[in-house]
Design a protein around this ligand. Structure first.
Ligand code: UDP
Length: 262
């Protein structure tokens, strides 16, 4: 937490969950500061689905609240913040993770990748050092290990002493994983990256730039992966309804805005 406060950053709330008011560059500065100080960081990339999941899951609730850095990853989270008068843009987790890989490669920081299908990981092991020359991969493990294999896998990966650990197991599995094992990686920035490995390897595609620009990446995912309807279809209305309720309950939005402009 001290790393964050040292860089003097505002923290807001969305439905009671903390969100750091950062852009990509500021988030990278926090990473650099943590590396410099040899401190570990747990990073959450917050979106509407995760907020609703955390409301129904005490463990995830605790993990989100205790993270060192909570990134405004989702369009819904950004919309909620803007509604309360906070000027902010999305920081997609996949972009931040790419920027962190780039920084790591130029700063001689070691990276470990956990999660994804075995063939996706093999492709990344070949590809990433080409995209980020100088990238040091300290360890790599696919995400289809059994619970009984987990501890020995983590012990082996910890021996590589990585500075950045990207975990692609999907929400909330990756958040639980980071929470369970972060003490084995005391100097690492640990971040859940969902389906990013699939996209980087070319196994799946990201939304076109125009959809990204208009914060419609979630819609693209829904169209490509209709099975998400069940999860997103209930979470997104729940989230929007609560945000609007919250907004209407707040006294005197106008005077809040005016006081900010003074
Ligand atoms: N995954 C994994 N192990 C598992 C379940 C999932 O490695 O037991 C990987 C999966 O291969 C995919 C990623 O986790 O690469 C999940 O991506 P998704 O886009 O579904 O993540 P979310 O939408 O939850 O962020």
């Amino acid at each position: 937490m001290s790393t964050l406060s040292a860089t003097n950053r505002a923290r807001q709330q969305v439905l009671g969950y903390p969100v750091d008011i950062v852009d990509e560059l500021t988030a990278l500065e926090v990473f650099e500061a943590a590396w410099h100080q040899g401190k570990g960081l747990q990073v959450i990339t917050l979106n509407a689905e995760m907020v609703v999941a955390a409301q129904q899951d005490q463990e995830l609730d605790r993990i989100v609240r205790h993270a060192h850095l909570i990134i405004p990853d989702g369009a819904g989270v950004v919309w909620a913040l803007r509604l309360s008068g906070q000027a902010i843009d999305r920081v997609p987790g996949i972009d931040l993770a790419q920027a962190a890989l780039k920084r790591a490669s130029t700063a001689g920081r070691k990276v470990t990748l956990i999660g994804g299908r075995p063939e996706v990981l093999s492709a990344l092991e070949r590809l990433l050092p080409k995209v980020y020359p100088g990238l040091l991969i300290a360890g790599i493990n696919h995400g289809y290990f059994s619970p009984s294999e987990e501890e020995s896998m983590v012990e082996r990966l910890a021996e590589g002493k990585p500075d950045l650990v990207l975990v692609a197991l999907g929400v909330p599995k990756q958040e639980y994983f980071i929470d369970r094992w972060h003490t084995f990686f005391p100097r690492a920035i640990m971040m859940g990256v969902g389906g990013s490995f699939d996209i980087w390897s070319g196994a799946s595609t990201r939304a076109p730039a125009i959809m990204q620009k208009f914060h419609l990446e979630w819609l693209y995912r829904l169209m490509k992966e209709p099975w998400r309807w069940r999860r997103m279809g209930s979470a997104l209305p729940k989230f929007s309804f609560q945000v609007i309720q919250d907004f209407l309950r707040k006294p005197s939005k106008k005077s809040f805005k005016n006081s900010r402009n003074k």
